[in-house]
Design a protein around this ligand. Structure first.
Ligand code: ZN
Length: 255
């Protein structure tokens, strides 16, 4: 059967001499793992459309659960030639997270759009990469069903009105007020009122507003830690690209 879909290339693995296996987050067929013969050769007419971070239209043969590329045309590539190593490292991490969250999902269109949007913002280069990473992590977790209740204490039910800090128990994704006792074995981070309010903003805003935030350095550091720990607690293993990004990340905070 011949199928046509649009999708973003989020992973490429070498196959034989000039071939690749590409992983595509599609708008209609979920996560597509596809054999693409010959596309590692620059002379191949499908090469540009099968590169990492490219959004393309694909035509593929589908048989016995396997996809084989017939042809592809690029619609947009979100990483340009003058991209820095750090931008590329963050984009790789963003793509890996999208790939992880799309496994087993029949509909990857929202994940695909979130991923494209985050990579687009990285390339625009007018936001702190720490903010992009944190907002993206929290948004992806919310989409995947891990949205924390940021309005009330999970233990006593009191209103977390945003005047005071509280504990974020990041394995279960719940907030507990500073008056309640939490078992010592529960992993938690104390977050300030400022950090709680930023989390609320991210959770309650669409992408265009969620990324448009400016934070003092200490609040940004809190947000960075909370989002990363929350994400890692929900994954079976640490993403391969995370350590590399954290190693090369420079002083990239812009206000
Ligand atoms: Zn409480």
């Amino acid at each position: 059967m011949l199928v046509t879909f649009n999708g973003l290339v989020v992973r490429e693995d070498k196959s034989d001499d000039y071939g690749k296996y590409i992983t595509v987050l599609s708008d209609t067929y979920g996560r597509v793992f596809m054999s693409a013969k010959g596309v590692s050769s620059v002379k191949n007419k499908n090469a540009a459309a099968c590169r990492m971070f490219t959004f393309s239209e694909f035509v593929a043969y589908y048989r016995d659960g396997k996809y084989t590329l017939k042809s592809a045309s690029p619609i947009g590539n979100y990483i340009k030639q003058n991209t820095s190593l750090e931008q590329l490292a963050l984009a790789s991490y963003i793509a890996e997270i999208a790939d992880i969250f799309s496994r087993g999902e029949s509909d990857t269109s929202v994940i695909m759009r979130n991923c494209i949007n985050a990579i687009y913002i990285i390339y625009k280069n007018d936001r702190s990469r720490r903010i992009i990473k944190s907002v993206y992590e929290l948004k992806m977790l919310c989409n995947a069903g891990y949205m924390p209740d940021v309005h009330s204490c999970a233990a006593c039910g009191c209103d977390l009105n945003g005047d005071k800090g509280c504990y974020f128990c990041y394995v279960d994704g719940v907030l507990v007020c500073d008056k309640c006792n939490i078992d010592q074995s529960v992993k938690k981070i104390f977050i300030s009122a400022g950090c709680l309010n930023v989390m609320r903003h991210i959770i309650n805003s669409d992408d265009s507003k969620a990324y448009a935030i400016r934070l003092p350095e200490n609040t940004l550091q809190e947000l960075y830690n909370v989002c990363q720990e929350f994400l890692l607690a929900q994954l079976e293993k640490k993403p391969d690209t995370l350590d590399y990004y954290n190693t090369i990340e420079e002083d990239n905070v812009k206000f």
